[in-house]
Write a protein that binds this ligand. Structure first.
Ligand code: NAP
Length: 287
């Protein structure tokens, strides 16, 4: 890919999008961001990114953003949008672009996320049916998922959550962004399904302990039961099948740690960042 090539980032103002845009700009790409018409967070995107208003649920609204693009950093907002329009969106990407990087999930890698769950595996299947040079980033959870503990930590010393012993290999979202940018701007990544993870195995309770060490407080984990956790997740908008999938996965990770890889270092040339380094960057959010 040359410096003139143009990449569209979808679902662009969330946790990963602004970081992906920054990495792509640094790699010399012209970067566009697809931002919902009523999304007030376009200012999260770095300077130099071209904003295109559009909605993945309305494929016609993507025409301007897709015109002339070479690559797509493709993310689907599964929590707020079903996949009804995904076949048409993928068809339109395939009609103009050459490369696409899909942010997929470790759940697909280990066979826990079936195609008929209408989530990442379904998107992978759609892309495999195109002539695009696709790359799948089957990522573990992001370090920033730990922001979910922040409200409890700001107001007390106990974090109540399910499956504290679940051992994960979470990844710094900036490392994942860098992997995606490398796959879109360098050769050799077509038709690759990369497992992307952080550098270490840590239980959720360990993550909370580390946050406590970083902010100078002694924090304690307290498990809440599976059924209560499921209800709380559904109440906050999780589709029930996603809540079941996540909780069953956490239960499994109390018995065997999550898988991991060296893909961050292999594709970026830099070691993957630890959870402690992330917690240090975000310490103020927990105070
Ligand atoms: N977090 C994890 O641990 C994890 C693990 C595996 C895979 N992933 C995947 O990683 C990707 C990125 O995650 P994230 O945490 O960055 O996501 P996120 O923070 O939830 O951001 C979602 C983004 O999509 C936008 N959006 C919502 N509905 C849209 C629509 N109809 N059309 C266009 N944009 C829309 C949102 O805008 P508004 O804010 O205005 O709604 C927001 O900018 C997701 O595809 C997710 O499936 C995440």
């Amino acid at each position: 890919m040359t410096a003139k090539n143009t990449v569209l980032v979808t679902a662009a103002t969330g946790n990963l999008g602004p970081l992906a845009a920054a990495e792509l700009l640094a790699a010399g790409a012209t970067v566009r961001a697809l931002v919902l018409p009523d999304d007030p967070h376009a200012d999260r995107l770095p300077r130099g990114v071209e904003i295109f208003r559009g909605d993945l649920g309305d494929p016609d609204s993507l025409d301007a953003a897709l015109e002339g693009v070479d690559g797509v950093f493709f993310m689907w907002p599964f929590f707020t949008l079903n996949v009804d329009t995904a076949p048409e969106v993928v068809r339109r990407i395939g009609a103009v672009a050459r490369r696409v990087v899909l942010v997929s999930s470790v759940g697909v890698h280990i066979g826990l996320e079936p195609v008929d769950n209408n989530c990442h595996a379904y998107l992978e299947q759609l892309l495999e049916g195109t002539t695009l040079d696709w790359t799948f980033l089957r990522t573990t959870g992001f370090h920033c998922n730990a922001m979910g503990f922040a409200p409890q930590i700001r107001t007390g010393d106990v974090v109540r959550h399910p499956y504290g012993a679940a051992t994960r290999t979470s990844v710094h979202e900036a490392d994942l962004a860098a992997v995606g940018a490398a796959a879109l701007t360098q050769d050799g990544h077509a038709k690759k399904k990369y497992l992307v993870s952080g550098p270490e195995e840590l239980s959720q309770a360990d993550q909370v302990r580390i946050i406590g060490e970083v902010i100078g407080r002694s924090l304690r984990w307290e498990d809440i039961e599976h059924d209560a956790a499921r209800q709380a997740m559904v109440d906050t908008g999780w589709p029930p099948s996603y809540a079941d999938g996540a909780l069953d996965y956490f239960a499994m990770l109390t018995k065997q740690p999550e898988v991991g890889s060296n893909v961050v270092e292999e594709l970026t040339g830099r070691p993957a960042r630890s959870f402690r380094s992330w917690a240090t960057e975000r310490a103020e959010s927990f105070r």
